[in-house]
Design a protein around this ligand. Structure first.
Ligand code: GDP
Ligand code: MG
Length: 165
């Protein structure tokens, strides 16, 4: 079994931190590889009979007025076309135009997990409830996953969730 998982979101929400943590958090890794290019970064992790291939996308660029940004955005769209699962990463409690532009790219048929990252910065968790309702109105997310990419236990729980897809 092999799962192809895309990590998408606007710049600076913690995608690369998450990829590094997903690929490197546990000692039971039997295959580990990271390829860094300007366009795509793959991380491979083998858990028993399941192999996850994580794709970290360059943050979606909201300015279209130069060729590099347009090329980066095409990379994001191409990546999303053939994945099994999308991790849509935002900062917990936040959503702006840049997030919305990335969200608009999510293919309707691929399950997406709303990863509400940087939870450590949220002081009143109760305030996330109305925010979450707003997010659910924007996209039919398969799951809502509040977490900190900096916390190994959260990363383990997210990996376990990915195994269900
Ligand atoms: P990317 O542009 O989406 O790949 O974001 P990065 O992974 O480069 O992270 C952007 C910044 O957010 C860095 O300074 C990270 O250390 C920080 N960051 C990532 N995850 C967390 C988190 O869970 N909590 C906090 N407080 N900061 C985080
Ligand atoms: Mg990054």
């Amino acid at each position: 079994r092999c799962g192809y998982i895309a990590i998408v979101g606007k710049p600076n929400v913690g995608k690369s931190t998450l990829l590094n943590a997903l690929v490197g958090a546990k000692v039971s890794i039997t295959s580990r590889k990271a390829q860094t290019t300007r366009h795509r970064i793959h991380g491979i992790r083998t858990e028993g009979a399941t192999q996850f291939i994580f794709v970290d996308t360059p943050g979606f660029q909201t300015r279209h007025d130069n060729a590099l940004n347009r090329a980066l955005n095409r990379t994001v769209v191409a990546t999303l076309a053939d994945v099994d699962l999308v991790l849509f990463v935002v900062e917990a409690g936040r959503f702006d135009l840049a997030d919305a532009k990335v969200l608009a790219l999510l293919p309707p048929k691929v399950p997406a997990i709303l990863v509400a990252n940087k939870l450590d910065r949220v002081h009143r968790r109760a305030e996330l409830a109305p925010w979450l309702r707003g997010m659910q109105d924007r996209h039919p997310f398969a799951e809502f996953f509040p977490m900190s990419a900096r916390h190994a236990r959260d990363v383990q729980r997210l990996l376990a969730l990915c195994e269900r897809y």
